[in-house]
Design a protein around this ligand. Structure first.
Ligand code: PGA
Length: 255
């Protein structure tokens, strides 16, 4: 089994130019002291992608992700960024399906399916986010909810394409709220997700698929989340905005 461990920092719409380069420099210099067992992914705002990607060139295990892309290759879509553009900057990853994109920008499963295809066709790897809102969790129907998200946005991919996907389980009620899923809740959902992939694709793909947990992940709770067999790392928002906290989370996965 060759499952890649990963901690990705989603900076969202935070940091001005100077702050962004300072944060990236700090993370890169701290990452140089690590073993490289964990892939570190930085997802800064779009205007900083190119420069921060260039800064990571000499560290094979620090990669850069865009937070979004459009589903068309180019055209009259003012303000948008295409997967082709991201690929031309040699970015490794793009995050697709984040709950904030779903909520504030109306990105539904079928739009996300087109974005996933656009990214994969351009050779980008995708960090695909899924997760249920609070009312779905309270009704205990979260498994069916995330299953639909995967079926409608990911399961059109071939085995070879699906190998380029990292899943991130992010319960919406835990994002930016300080409320984390318990390690048992995370493990249970990650196990369920892995078995969905097993049923649709192959054992090998399911066993090798990296599945991240996201939602108020921080240095205090990271180790207990990561010690679960199906939790392969984290997608971190707030705590990725300070290099010390972010590296502590990376260390929680390395140890
Ligand atoms: P949070 O965000 O760590 O601030 O909860 C996680 C995410 O939205 O990816």
């Amino acid at each position: 089994m060759s499952r890649q461990l990963m901690v990705a920092g989603n900076w969202k719409m935070n940091k001005n130019l100077i702050e962004a380069f300072t944060l990236a420099s700090e993370v890169i210099s701290k990452a140089k002291k690590l073993s490289g067992a964990v892939e570190i992914v930085l997802a800064p705002p779009t205007p900083y992608l190119h420069t921060i990607n260039s800064m990571t060139k000499d560290l094979s295990y620090v990669k850069v992700a865009a937070q979004n892309c459009h589903f068309e290759q180019n055209g009259a879509f003012t303000g948008e960024v295409s997967a082709e553009m991201l690929n031309s900057m040699q970015l490794a990853y793009v995050i697709i399906g984040h709950s904030e994109r779903r909520k504030f920008f109306g990105e539904h499963n079928n739009i996300l399916s087109r974005k996933v295809s656009a990214a994969i066709n351009e050779g980008l790897k995708v960090i695909f986010c899924c997760g249920e809102p609070l009312d779905i969790r309270e009704a205990n129907t979260q498994q069916g909810f995330v299953q639909k998200q995967l079926e409608e946005s990911l399961f059109h991919l071939s085995v070879e394409q699906m190998e380029k996907v990292v899943l991130a389980y992010e319960p919406v009620w835990a994002i930016g709220t300080g409320k984390t899923a318990t390690p048992a809740q995370a493990q249970s959902m990650h196990y369920f997700l892995r078995n969905l992939i097993r049923a649709k694709y192959t054992d090998k793909l399911a066993d090798n698929c990296t599945i991240l947990y996201g939602g108020s992940c921080n240095p205090s709770n990271a180790a207990s989340l990561f010690e679960n067999v199906d939790v392969d790392g984290g997608l971190v928002g707030g705590a990725s905005l300070q290099s010390d906290k972010f590296i502590q989370i990376v260390n929680a996965l390395s140890n």
